[in-house]
Design a protein around this ligand. Structure first.
Ligand code: GDP
Ligand code: MN
Length: 376
């Protein structure tokens, strides 16, 4: 799960990481008051779940009150087109006291899956071109793999700052590490972390991603979810406890079990097509849940066909058939629906579908499914 910069900065404050004073605005009526509170110069920042906002015109430095009001008016409500997240409507802006920047650094902590540990990354070349730096001069980004206790000082020393600055950065790294562990974040990133004219070290930007599978133990984090930023299909799926991820292909698929779902996507690929989604209805799905899942699946406008591939173990094939039948009755399904069922009550399931008066292609095995999908 992602959160906004303003929310991440609140967490930073809780963990003793300094951020500039700022005020959030959610409507035009709040703009002038917010700018009066921060004073000028200030920075107007689009709050959307995307990086690279600066390059997309979503971060602007205003020197006086008039231009601050003008920029805020332009950014609030704009459609921000970033290289990272496509087009996003800006529903909130952050008005933040401007900071005099002497140096922009980059600092992050994330999982290194290859090395099975947390990695600490730090660079003195922070700012909007960090991706370029990573490509052209990767040696400018110092990495420390945290195998046991975290001791950031040695890595931070590589940046070559005087000792009090080094200590301040190391303290921030330690606080960020505590945040990552305690809140089950999968990524915490500060870009830029700046050294100010007064030799203070402050986080000007804040990015935190959380591990969805650990959210159940963090009610405070769940409360930060901004539903407007989520994919509407995925949001709907979460409501029903379905494991759904939207993809770009044209074959909608509904499967039980993540492993079978992966294998099904391979089968679709073998037939020369691509899956429109990943959908795992889970082991003990009821026919109501199947109906919801099917409705969700079919709301995708780009479908050429739907492929239902179910192994009836805990979920019985007749339950599945009942759910699919009910869903199709109430929907206008124009594309072919291919069903492969195996396992408990397979025969009853096939009968329910065949006697439904609706159009299904029931196949016996995966090879037959491939042939049917190929010829769509
Ligand atoms: P991003 O482009 O989405 O990563 O947004 P950032 O919050 O990182 O802002 C982009 C850039 O705006 C930063 O790299 C800074 O160079 C600049 N910026 C942000 N806040 C301030 C500020 O208070 N003062 C000044 N002078 N520049 C700022
Ligand atoms: Mn940034």
């Amino acid at each position: 799960m992602k959160i906004h910069e303003y929310q991440a900065k609140e967490l930073f404050k809780q963990y003793g990481i300094e951020v500039p004073f700022s005020v959030l605005c959610e409507s035009r009526g709040q703009i002038e008051q917010a700018i009066k509170k921060t004073g000028v110069p200030c920075v107007i920042k689009a709050q959307v779940h995307s990086g690279a906002r600066g390059k997309a015109g979503g971060v602007k430095l205003a020197k006086d009150f008039q231009s601050a009001v003008k920029f805020a008016g332009e950014i609030l409500g704009m459609e921000l087109k970033s290289s990272q997240a496509g087009i996003k409507k800006v529903n909130k802006i952050l008005v933040e006291q401007a900071v005099s920047i002497e140096k922009e650094l980059y600092l992050s902590l994330t999982f290194d899956r290859t090395n099975e540990c947390i990695a600490f990354l730090v660079s003195s070349c922070g700012g909007m071109d960090i991706e370029e730096t990573a490509k052209i001069s990767p040696e400018k980004i110092h990495t420390c793999l945290i195998k046991d206790t975290f001791n950031p000082v040695e890595t931070v020393k590589c940046l070559g700052f005087e000792s009090d600055i080094t200590e301040k950065i190391a303290r921030i790294a330690q606080n960020l590490y505590n945040l990552l562990i305690e809140k089950d974040a999968s990524l915490v990133e500060i870009n830029p972390l700046v050294i100010t004219g007064n030799k203070e070290v402050k986080a000007l930007d804040a990015k935190i991603n959380f591990d969805d599978n650990a959210l159940f133990r963090h009610e405070d984090i769940i409360a930060l979810k901004d539903e407007q930023e989520e994919n509407p299909y995925e949001l709907e799926a979460q409501k029903y406890g379905l494991n759904y991820i939207k993809l770009d292909g044209t074959i909608g698929c509904m499967v039980n079990g993540a492993g079978l779902a992966m294998a099904t996507m391979d089968v679709i690929r073998l037939a020369g097509k691509d899956a429109a989604n990943f959908l795992d209805v889970g082991g003990g799905a009821s026919s109501e849940k199947i109906e919801k899942a099917f409705k969700l699946l079919i709301s995708d406008r780009n479908l050429e066909a739907v492929f239902i591939n179910i192994f009836g173990g805990i979920l019985r094939c007749d339950f599945l058939a009942e759910g699919v039948k009910n869903a199709i009755k109430t929907l206008d399904v124009k594309c072919p629906v291919i069903v492969r069922m195996e396992g408990t009550n397979k025969q009853q399931g096939a009968e329910i579908l065949n006697n439904s008066g609706l159009r299904f292609t029931v196949v016996n095995d995966l090879n037959e499914a491939i042939e049917v999908i190929k010829n769509i």
